[in-house]
Design a protein. Sequence first.
Length: 107
Amino acid sequence: MYADFTYYTDRFHGKKIPDSDSFLSVLAGAQAALERLTFGRLTESTPGAADALCAVCEVFYTRSHREGIQSESVDGYSVTYCEEGLSRSLRKTIRLYLPPELLYRGC
């Protein structure tokens, strides 16, 4: 594991995920996605690995709580979400923290 809730709040200064239980609920999926998108090249000593994991946890948490409402109608209860593909959103997020060679698929 690259980060825990203490790292998330104290070092990453995360605010979107309110408590440790919520963080743990998205951690496994976020870590699996991060491993997949870096083709298993990530190690705990990789610069930015912990921050990338925290950022991916925020993406998972935000999506699980249906944030990103684009429009909403109360009478007929119609909600439209600003939906970007999850994989694309994750790639954009981890590019902020990890070197490009970790994200390169290769030949």
